[in-house]
Design a protein around this ligand. Structure first.
Ligand code: COA
Ligand code: AMP
Length: 637
């Protein structure tokens, strides 16, 4: 017996052109596409070739033009500033965005130019993103928890004409001054932006003119609104840098047409959202979830989106999410499991929930890391609504697998994000034979090409790296670098990454990038970083250091310096707080560090002595070192 999901899925695979061509009719195009799917350069595919549209028009102006300008578009709620709140209707947001587009245009920003946005969770961040989209400029948002060095790397790769920033971000316990970070990054970068526009926040005043920066408010006051500039569907909307296997991040490129089509489609079919609903993605605009589900998708669909400048706990308590849901009538919440683990730890019986009217709340979606059954069961129990784990990546821009609430509601199985979403031909392949494996068998999760709209068409400035990283290992497929399996019912489970990416509090980080920082310390001869299991954040990085011979410095001092170095180079978001000095690193005879075995020891899992190890005693030293920093290391009998 088929249901709406089965029918949609089958059609999306058998007739992708028909399926997505129909979905694209939900948008306003200034020129219709020539081809829904252009496969002329396979394995690189392009969606809606020949078509033209403007993403900002579809997010804002069209709702005003259709008579819905009075609807709420954006709700800003900021406990970290002492409770600031602000709302914008679609008409107001359109006007703000058009004016800021005028500000950027006056600085010479036009179609195809890059603009880096380094901002906290304030409406101006979304306004800047949409203003870029309005002009056909390409934004690249950099998360505020990254340090100056990471910002500099992105400035050099994206070569932006302008940077948009703010004087500060605000964490629970401190104000993060952005201007020293910004100055450090611009000084360090080879490329210099022509202009820097800064939002002055009352929590941190600064003499912007003295620094050569433009003041957001002054520029807005003198700007003329700018209209939407049509762009090719295949033109980039944004670049979002994400962790690769080295310190050089990957610039994931998102196009305009495919992105808008897939995101608009996802709102009803995956999230069961309707225009006018209040939709809240409790993430940050610096992450892909923030791009897709704080800014673009809810606005494309005519929903009210919530921008929350706060945390699940500590602003002021573990009832913050319930307060926001009740206050604005949120129907759908999307966040990371780690947020729920944080709430559960502080308020295990959800006492704070009793104070709030949750009657409008219908669905909770979780992503960014696997939802562990404990967290899933707890969230279901306290909220009494479906809790939906869904799996995706920065590269895809929307969910690869989900329980599509607007199509068919399958029973939830804890630990599984349910089934592939329409458009995603997900196969679990054997790493050696590249053939699909049987249900119940773990393999490499790959997507048979072509991938659906919104998935990355390339990496910025790195077309070869794109092919090498994603399309080469399994010809004809995109390799997700996640391992997993199907069960007999066609549910998929994601077991973890097959590369050195780790997931810390739902944030994607590269252990390879951290190793590069550790190796730059003058006393370090060799190093390794692994991700070890953590009850709250899912994983935490731990460093192993082999010191150069003759180093006599106190090892505690070296470890403190290393921790500070990672914080300064990558940023606090790396959550790198633990390292230990070891005499040597375990390696295979060919010199490969046995990170997998080290991780198993740290996670107190069973492990086997690798046949290829050069000296088994080294693993005992690792066991000792891990116990020395508080891990219940598993021991080889
Ligand atoms: N700017 C500056 N610093 C930031 C930052 C930002 N935007 N975001 C985080 N940081 C800092 C934190 O203050 C912390 O600093 P510390 O080492 O001095 O304590 C560090 O980076 C690590 O941050 P995080 O791992 O987020 O830990 P946390 O203890 O601050 O918060 C959670 C833990 C679970 C509450 C938080 O990670 C969370 O809400 N996560 C779920 C939502 C989410 O962001 N998902 C992302 C993808 S959907
Ligand atoms: P990011 O690019 O930051 O979204 O991180 C993507 C990675 O996070 C994926 O490749 C997975 O390893 C992991 N991930 C995201 N969502 C899930 C999920 N629902 N279940 C398991 N892992 C997930």
């Amino acid at each position: 017996m088929t249901n709406a999901y089965d029918a949609a899925y089958a059609r999306s695979i058998d007739d992708p052109q028909g399926f997505w061509g129909e979905a694209a009719e939900a948008l306003v195009w200034t020129k219709k596409w020539d081809k829904v799917l252009d496969d002329g350069a396979a394995p690189v595919y392009r969606w809606f070739a020949g078509g033209e549209l403007n993403t900002c028009y579809n997010c804002l102006d069209r709702h005003v033009d259709e008579g819905n300008g009075g609807r709420t578009a954006l709700i800003y709620d900021s406990p970290v500033t002492g409770g600031q709140k602000r709302q914008y209707t679609y008409e107001q947001l359109r006007d703000e965005v058009a004016t800021f587009a005028g500000v950027l245009a006056a600085q010479g920003v036009g179609k195809g130019d890059r603009v880096i946005i380094y901002m906290p969770m304030v409406p101006e961040a979304a306004i800047a993103m949409l203003a870029c989209a309005r002009l056909g400029a390409i934004h690249s948002v950099v998360f505020g928890g990254f340090a100056a060095h990471e910002l500099a790397v992105r400035i050099d790769d994206a070569t932006p004409k302008a940077i948009v920033s703010a004087t500060c971000g605000i964490e629970v316990n401190r104000v993060i001054e952005y201007l020293p970070l910004l100055k450090g990054a611009i000084d360090a970068a080879k490329h210099k932006p022509e202009s820097t526009i800064v939002l002055a926040r009352p929590e941190c005043e600064a003499d912007l003119a003295a620094l050569g920066y433009l003041d957001w408010a002054t520029e807005m006051a003198g700007a003329a609104p700018h209209d939407c500039v049509p762009v090719a569907a295949t033109d980039p909307l944004y670049i979002l840098y994400t962790s690769g296997t080295t310190g050089q991040p990957k610039g994931v490129v998102r196009d305009n047409g495919g992105h808008a089509v897939a995101l608009k489609w996802s709102m009803k079919n995956i999230y069961d959202a309707d225009p006018g609903d209040v939709y809240w993605a409790a993430s940050d605009v610096g992450w892909v979830v923030g791009h897709s589900y704080i800014v673009y998708a809810p606005l494309l669909h005519g929903c009210a989106t919530v921008m929350f400048e706060g945390k699940p706990v500590g602003t002021p308590d573990a009832g913050a999410f319930w307060r926001v849901i009740a206050e604005y009538g949120v129907k759908i919440l999307f966040t990371a499991p780690t947020a729920f683990r944080a709430i559960k730890k502080e308020d295990p019986n959800a006492e704070l929930l009793k104070q709030y009217d949750m009657s409008k709340f219908e669905l909770l979606f979780l992503a960014g890391e696997r939802t562990d059954p404990d967290t899933l069961n707890w969230a279901e129990k306290i909220l009494g609504v479906p809790v939906i784990d869904h799996w995706w990546q920065t590269e895809t821009g929307w969910a690869i697998a989900a329980n599509c609430m607007g199509l068919h509601r399958f029973p939830v199985k804890a630990g599984s994000p349910t089934k592939p979403c329409p458009g995603w031909n997900v196969q679990v392949l054997d790493a050696e034979t590249h053939e699909p494996v049987a249900p119940g068998t773990v393999g490499a999760i790959c997507i048979k090409l072509p991938m659906p709209p919104s998935s990355l068409p390339t990496l910025w400035n790195a077309a070869d790296r794109f092919k090498q990283a994603y399309l080469t290992e399994f010809p004809g497929y995109y390799s997700t670098s996640d391992a997993g399996m199907y069960d007999e019912d066609g549910y998929i489970s994601i077991m973890g990454r097959t590369d050195d990416i780790i997931n810390v509090a739902g944030h994607r980080l590269s252990t390879g990038g951290m190793e590069e920082v550790l190796a730059s310390h003058p006393d370090v001869a060799e190093c390794a970083v692994i991700g070890v299991a953590d009850q709250m954040k899912g994983q935490l990085p731990v460093g192993f250091l082999v010191l150069k011979s003759g180093v006599t410095k106190d090892t505690d001092d070296i470890v403190s310096e290393i921790v500070q170095l990672v914080r300064n180079q990558i940023g606090p978001v790396a959550a790198f707080k633990q390292a230990t000095v070891v005499p040597r690193l375990p390696k295979t005879r060919s010199g490969k560090i046995l990170r997998g075995t080290m991780q198993k020891i740290a996670d107190n899992q069973e492990w086997k002595m690798p046949a290829t190890i050069d000296d088994p005693v080294i693993l005992e030293e690792i066991e000792d070192a891990l116990e020395g920093i508080g891990y219940a290391a598993s021991r080889k009998e």
